[in-house]
Design a protein around this ligand. Structure first.
Ligand SMILES: [Zn+2]
Length: 302
C-alpha cells in the first residue's frame, strides 16, 4: 500500500479545535486495515480521543476519507444467519416505534447491506421503499425483487426530492459515518417534516465497552465516532431533529458469532467454537443488552 498520511478529526458537536483527552492510543497496522462489516481475528482501532466539552469519543487522527470510502465499497463480509437475526430485530423495532405505518408509508434505509430489512417491509406490504448501500458485494447479493429500489453508493445530494420520506432508518451505520453533521443534514432534507428517524447502533456507555475497555469490539477502525445517549441528543438536535426516545436494547447473536467477538485467546476461542459446533450450539441465538441502543427522533416541524 502507498504511504498514507493520517488526517485530523474535530468533534462534530463542538467544532474545530475543541480540546480533547487521549482515551486509547492507536492500535492498527496500515497494511492490515480492512473494513469488512464483521470480522473475526484482527482487532484494530485508531487513536481514540474524548472531547473535553461534550465527552464524545471519536477516532483521531484517521486515514483520509477517500481511502476509507474505497474500503467500504470493496469489502463486505456477509454472515447471512447473523444478518437475518439482526433484520428480525430491526423489523420489530420499526413496527414498535414508527406510528401509523401503512402500505403507503415511504421508507428509506441508509446502509441497507443486502436488503434483508427492506425485504421484510416488502413482505409486509410496504410498497414505497428505497435503500442506499455503498458495498458492491452487499448490493450484488441483494434480492432481485428489491434491487431496483437500492442505490449502490454513499448517501449523497439530490438522490431524492426534499421531504420525500415518512420514515428513515439507519442500522449499525451512524458510528461508521465520516461526517455526521453532513449525513444528518442530508437525511433531514429527505425526510418529511414530522417524519421519523430510527437508528440502532453502539452505545459507548453500555456494558461491553465499559467492562472490556479498548478490548471491546466497540473500539474499531470502522467506528469513527462512538455515541452515547447524551451525544446522540446533542448531534441530532444540532441537525434539526427532536429526540423521542433513546433506549438500550437487547441484540440477538448467534452463539458462534458472540464467541468470536469475545476477547479470548485465539486457541481457546477456536476450541470453544469447535465444541459449540459439536454440540450444535453454534446456531443457537442468545440475546444480550450489552452494546446497542435504539434512537427514535423526529424531523422538527418549522
Ligand atoms: Zn465535543
Amino acid at each position: 500500500m502507498e504511504k498514507i498520511d493520517l488526517i485530523k478529526i474535530d468533534c462534530p458537536i463542538c467544532g474545530i479545535d475543541t480540546p480533547y483527552d487521549v482515551k486509547y492510543e492507536a492500535n492498527f497496522k496500515l497494511d492490515e486495515l480492512d473494513f469488512a462489516a464483521k470480522k473475526t481475528s484482527k482487532h484494530m482501532y485508531f487513536r481514540n480521543v474524548k472531547c473535553k466539552k461534550c465527552n464524545l469519543i471519536y477516532s483521531n487522527p484517521i486515514i483520509p476519507f477517500e481511502q476509507i470510502k474505497k474500503f467500504y465499497q470493496a469489502t463486505y463480509f456477509l454472515e447471512l444467519n447473523q444478518l437475518e437475526i439482526m433484520a428480525n430485530d430491526y423489523e420489530k423495532l420499526f413496527y414498535k416505534y414508527i406510528p401509523n405505518i401503512s402500505e403507503n408509508t415511504n421508507v428509506l434505509e441508509v446502509g441497507c447491506a443486502n436488503g434483508l430489512f427492506l425485504k421484510r417491509l416488502q413482505n409486509r406490504g410496504i410498497k414505497n421503499f428505497k435503500g442506499i448501500e455503498p458495498s458492491r458485494e452487499a448490493y450484488s447479493v441483494t434480492d432481485n425483487l428489491i434491487k431496483p429500489n437500492i442505490i449502490n453508493d454513499f448517501l449523497g445530494d439530490n438522490l431524492f426530492k426534499d421531504n420525500s420520506f415518512d420514515a428513515v432508518c439507519s442500522f449499525q451505520t451512524f458510528d461508521h459515518v465520516l461526517e455526521p453533521n453532513d449525513f444528518l443534514q442530508k437525511i433531514n432534507k429527505y425526510i418529511k417534516p414530522g417524519g421519523y428517524f430510527l437508528q440502532v447502533h453502539h452505545n459507548v456507555n453500555s456494558l461491553l465497552p465499559t467492562l472490556l475497555g479498548s478490548k471491546a469490539s466497540t473500539f474499531d477502525v470502522e467506528h469513527i465516532h462512538l455515541w452515547s445517549p447524551k451525544t446522540m441528543r446533542l448531534i441530532l438536535k444540532k441537525n434539526g431533529f427532536e429526540v423521542i426516545k433513546i433506549k438500550n436494547i437487547s441484540t440477538g447473536y448467534l452463539f458462534e458469532h458472540a464467541l468470536e467477538r469475545l476477547p479470548l485467546f485465539t486457541l481457546l476461542k477456536k476450541n470453544l467454537i469447535k465444541l459449540s459446533k459439536w454440540f450444535k450450539l453454534n446456531e443457537l441465538t442468545i440475546r444480550f443488552p450489552i452494546e446497542n441502543m435504539v434512537i427514535v427522533s423526529q424531523k422538527k416541524v418549522v
